[in-house]
Design a protein around this ligand. Structure first.
Ligand code: HT7
Ligand code: ZN
Length: 874
């Protein structure tokens, strides 16, 4: 289909001042009455054109008069009403069928017909599946919503804004009205109706507003909402303290559902959450999941200002709200836990998910210039790279300058729909700076490479660091411009001390760490008063989303792995060393780097002062996906074998030290959630994996005992994973027991499916096929599909990339089935083919054939899936 272009953006010809909705809710047929108070926007004469999809129009009135068929035009994408004037009121009545809506956009049913509840998902363009409207983010309207339904079947009725009355109706029906005083775009609309329970808490904002915080969930889940409510309160206080942002309604409602395409949705005053990111209990939730829940609750809450109060002019600006909100969440999570660990986790995610996207056929700018299907742009680039861009800006301005900038952004644009330029301008104006050069970061796709060359001159005691940048071409962008790249650097002396940094021309040294601004294709920075050839520590804290290409020797990397004062860079030095070890193992070459890696880690293993969670990360080599990115022609089996060499060598080197360390950690096991207990569990999981390699008999026995007596899900799942991944005899029995124990617990079963889907074995496809026959599996539930199919296709390179191509053809068939049910889930799953062009020739041919077979059916596929396919094959 024809792409939508950023350059085609035009302000809307019409505005809507007020949307009044009356919804008669029912599972099979809901009736939506909409009353739109219309205004012409500017002097143009364009007829009124409203968006609408899949709606059965029952009646249409303009200014109180029923329209005749010739007075309006209906087509598959909307409704045209030529007679509408400035100040007109248009009333429509449409019918929608929630139970038939398997795409989970618009109004749909979550759960079984008999007991499930109704809810909506409108971002990005779901509101047009509920009623005819101007479904674009730059049309902001005030909403009054009245919900009516059978009281016994739908006792709880919710919509955005403040409650404004409720009451009984004849025939066992009831009503509830909500008024949202804040003008909002249609994508933030939401309603919920069903049998739900809730927990609540009173909250008073820093400005003194009393707010009822409520979380709604089905009866079997309401007992698992307490942790999320605590997290919400922490997020609200943090936003008041750090950004001066207060909440602005009398209620803040959150609803949990198991049927959701994404993680959660920030609808104004009525957030809707995938249960996976809301429900928590000690028996079924891992430490990682507790942290995720806190992060997602905070993310959605933070949207109230970055996204809702100040929203996006158009969908090209998506990262304006998402990148900024991810950055805010990352800062919050860092403050709630360990900043160094959080940085390591976030950079890992970026490298695992965004770097491959930036290097493949689906590469796009953080602010793309065009799209065919906007649902396909909720990507790691828009979210995670977008957050890195905000982080660079925040770093450039410093904490106070960034706060001045965001204060001005909120003050200037409250209630508006704006652009990335508006954001950069506000940050810049508040600080007397021109930040527009950073716009290129938003417009240019691809991950910049930064190359460092160094020359030390003993005679002048000077050290010249020459930095060059280069961004490889990406689809549609052959030429790249140099970007402003802030590189935080330090210089180590050989005794592990940091050297004072003084650049040529400066009067005195300015600290031991500083930011070099690389703005040209190549620049030289000359440090003076450098007493010895230093060891550079570049890109500290991952100060820019780039790849630093360096020829750092294994010994120097090992030195930094042991001595780095920057937690992220210490981890990164270890990852680089592991990469060198991997490269050598892949070529069958000498193991200098491998030995250096193992020796450095063995020394750190005995370092009692080192944080246990950081040690666990240091002991983990890069994932197979990341390592595969290093190969010009990818053979996933060879990558796996080479990575196994790293793992086994490390296990052998740590050898006898593993079991006592495991026992010491296990002896302290408890179910508490404090940071120290979480860190111990994280290290124990890693040590257990290594123990299963070094001494399978003892490792399996320990894992079995841990599984049987686990205090919580973190230990239980870690033990199960160790048994399953190391092929233990006990694995089958443990899996069966887990399956029985958690029968009926959807979130716990998702972990069971995911774990098995990721076992790297030639027989993985048969295993996945068998799991699809499990009675708990269904293609209708996105969480289940992601747990099994995405874990397999994207998290199991050895199992999925079979040389015979069987898994490719199999996945293509599943994509066809899924596309008929839920196009956006099918499209997301299809991105598993992202790296197909870099596969070695045999697999590449198979993948191409499988994709081509699907592409041949493009006219029968959804726009979502066809768009991914077309770009993947281009
Ligand atoms: N802003 C939310 C995006 C979202 C979404 C987008 C497309 C289809 C379904 C969706 N559900 C939620 C999520 C967020 O970033 O907060
Ligand atoms: Zn978001």
């Amino acid at each position: 289909s024809r792409p939508v272009l950023l350059s085609d953006y035009r302000a809307p010809a019409w505005r809507i001042e007020h949307v009044e909705l009356a919804c008669d809710l029912d599972i099979d047929a809901s009736e939506i009455r909409a009353r739109l108070a219309l205004r012409r926007n500017g002097a143009g004469a364009a007829p009124l054109r409203l968006d609408g999809e899949g709606l059965a129009l029952r009646s249409i009135n303009l200014d109180g008069r029923a329209l005749e068929p010739g007075e309006y035009m209906l087509d598959a994408e909307g409704l045209t009403v030529p007679g509408a004037r400035d100040g007109s009121v248009l009333e429509t009545v449409v019918r929608v069928e929630p139970a038939k809506n398997t795409a989970l956009e618009g109004l749909y049913l979550s759960g079984p017909r008999e007991t499930g509840f109704l809810l909506t998902q409108c971002e990005a363009q779901g509101f047009r599946r509920i009623t005819y409207c101007l479904d674009r983010p730059d049309v902001l309207a005030r909403y009054t919503v009245t919900l009516r339904a059978d009281r016994a079947r739908f006792p709880v009725l919710l919509a955005n804004g403040n409650p404004d009355g409720a009451g009984a109706l004849p025939d066992g029906r009831h009503w509830a009205r909500f008024v949202d005083p804040h003008p909002k775009p249609s994508y933030l609309f939401a309603l919920v109706a069903g049998r739900l329970e809730h927990i609540e808490r009173d909250y008073v904002t820093a400005e003194g507003r009393a707010v009822k915080l409520r979380i709604f969930a089905e009866a079997d889940a309401i007992g698992r909402c307490g942790y999320a409510l605590d997290a919400l309160e922490r997020a609200m206080r943090w936003d008041e303290r750090v950004y001066g942002r207060n909440y602005d309604l009398d209620v803040f409602h959150i609803v949990a559902t198991h049927d959701f395409n994404m993680g959660a949705m920030e609808n104004k005053g009525l957030n809707i959450f995938n249960a996976k990111y809301l429900l928590a209990d000690p028996d079924a939730t891992t430490d990682d999941e507790y942290r995720q829940i806190e992060a997602v609750v905070a993310h959605e809450y933070f949207h109230n200002w970055t996204g809702n109060r100040v929203t996006c002019r158009d969908w090209f600006q998506l990262s304006l709200k998402e990148g900024l909100t991810v950055f805010r969440e990352q800062s919050f999570s860092a403050d709630m836990g360990s900043p160094a660990l959080k940085r390591i986790e976030d950079v890992s995610t970026l490298r695992r998910a965004q770097f491959p996207e930036d290097a493949g056929p689906l590469a796009h700018a953080v602010r793309p210039a065009q799209y065919c299907e906007i649902n396909n742009f909720y990507t790691a680039t828009v979210y995670e790279k977008g957050a890195e861009l905000v982080r660079m800006l925040a770093g450039r301005l410093g904490a106070d300058g960034f706060r001045r900038g965001t204060d001005l952004y909120f003050a200037r644009h409250d209630g508006q729909a704006v652009t990335v330029e508006d954001f950069l301008k506000a940050l810049g104006d508040a600080n007397g700076l021109d930040l527009m050069p950073y716009l290129d970061w938003y417009r240019q796709a691809g991950t910049p490479r930064v190359r460092a060359r160094e020359v030390y001159d003993a005679a002048t005691r000077s050290y010249a660091l020459t930095l060059g940048q280069h961004t490889p071409p990406t689809p549609g962008q052959a030429q790249k411009r140099p970007l402003p790249i802030p590189l935080r650097v330090a210089l180590f002396a050989r005794d592990g001390r940091l050297l004072p940094l003084r650049l040529e021309g400066e009067a005195a040294a300015a600290g031991e760490e500083r930011v070099l601004e690389l703005t040209a294709a190549e620049q030289t920075f000359r440090f003076v008063d450098v007493p010895e050839p230093p060891l550079p520590s570049l890109l500290r804290g991952f100060s820019a989303p780039v790849i630093v290409e360096s020829d750092e020797a294994p010994a120097d990397l090992a030195f930094r792995l042991r001595h780095e004062s920057d937690g992220y860079n210490r981890w990164d030095a270890g990852q680089r060393l592991a990469q060198l070890a991997f490269d050598a193992a892949l070529r069958g070459g000498p193991g200098t780097a491998l030995v250096a890696w193992c020796e450095a880690l063995a020394a750190l293993f005995d370092d009692a002062a080192l944080d246990a969670a950081l040690l666990a990360e240091l002991l983990t080599p890069p994932s197979a996906v990341e390592l595969g990115e290093r190969c010009a022609e990818l053979d996933p089996d060879a990558v796996h074998e080479a990575r196994e060499t790293l793992e086994n060598s490390l296990a052998a080197r740590l050898g006898a030290a593993l079991e006592p360390r495991y026992r010491a950690l296990h002896a302290q096991a408890d179910g508490t959630l404090d940071a120290a207990a979480q860190a111990r569990r994280r290290l124990k999981r890693r040590v257990l994996d290594l123990l299963c390699r070094h001494d399978p008999a003892r490792g399996h026995a320990s894992a079995r005992l841990q599984f049987d007596g686990a205090h919580g899900m973190t230990d239980r799942l870690a033990a199960l994973a160790a048994l399953v991944r190391s092929g233990a005899r006990e694995a089958g029995d443990a899996l069966a027991r887990y399956r029985r124990r958690y029968d009926g617990n959807a979130l716990a079963l998702d972990k069971w499916f995911a774990l098995q889907a990721q076992v790297p074995a030639a027989t993985a496809l048969q295993r996945v096929q068998a799991l699809m026959r499990d009675p708990a599996f269904t293609l209708r539930n996105p969480n289940r599909v992601y747990a099994l199919l995405r874990s397999y296709a994207q998290g199991n390179p050895v199992g999925f990339h079979r040389a015979d191509g069987a898994a490719y053809f199999w996945l293509v068939e599943r994509l066809r089935e899924l596309d008929a049910i839920n196009p956006s889930v099918a499209a997301r799953l299809a991105t598993a083919f992202n790296g197909w062009r870099r596969l070695e020739p045999v697999r590449r041919r198979q993948a191409q054939q499988a994709l081509a077979a699907l592409a041949a059916d493009a006219p029968r596929l959804s726009r979502d899936l066809a768009d991914i396919l077309e770009r993947t094959l281009a």
